[in-house]
Design a protein around this ligand. Sequence first.
Ligand SMILES: [Zn+2]
Length: 297
Amino acid sequence: MDIMNTDGMLRLSLLEGQARAFLIESTQLVETARRLHGLSRIATAALGRTLTCTAMMGAMLKGEKESVSVTIKGGGPIGSVVTVGHADGSVKGYVDNPGVDLPRTTKKLPVGDAVGKAGKLTVVKDLGLRDPYVGQTNLVSGEIAEDFAMYFTASEQVPSLVSLGVLVGDKVEAAGGLIIQMLPGASEAAIRSVEMSAPMFADISATMKEYHLKGALEQLLVHLQPEILGESQPVFKCNCSRERIERMLITLGREELEDMIATQHGAQVDCHFCNKRYEFTEAELQALLHQATGEER
Ligand SMILES: [Zn+2]
């Protein structure tokens, strides 16, 4: 049975322009990631939260060629969590260890234990300039939302409230997120009313499950006078292609290709982001070797 896709994302102005917000329902997006990677429940929560935040960060970009990449490396058993987002709402991502499992001591999935907190959150933004923007902060808890809040506040110097949630059983039941950022010149009263609302945002996946995007907007933000500035469709989408993989093989260089031909008589390349497999015959590798040799001259 197909579930109706209710995913969506809103870009909002709050409190007459004193703050901006991004609100997202990302249930199908996270379910797609879970299925593609065969994620355990903890891995679904960890990657799902990160993908949800990355989709909102993509909506902060201006141009369609721009991208934002996030790497969370906390030393925990999940390894690295890696995501990439674009302005149109498309995101992709993976974790090193999709099967990670840990005993549950409370009702909540121990995401922080799986991710670890002895490490960093790194954000790279490719804004089409010569050098990408790179920002980095130490992890707070490995629970993801707190770590992003620290990143925005410390690295981008924008005081931010971040709530991310994934409700997962046999499949993803609901996922969503909210970022509220205070803008320069916000009054003390505006800051206080956002801070005092924080407890309402604590269980955002349950809110999305019950009310979906527009209902959640009413439930969570109506007292902050939200004004919708834009709407987009978040989706898990990988932009890999045979041509891209061929380029990658060519850039490995002549020796590497000759070695693949001699020892493996072909190559299998799996895309990290979507698990799609690309196969190359010995003859196809020979053709790429020909190109690589031509480029080295
Ligand atoms: Zn791919």
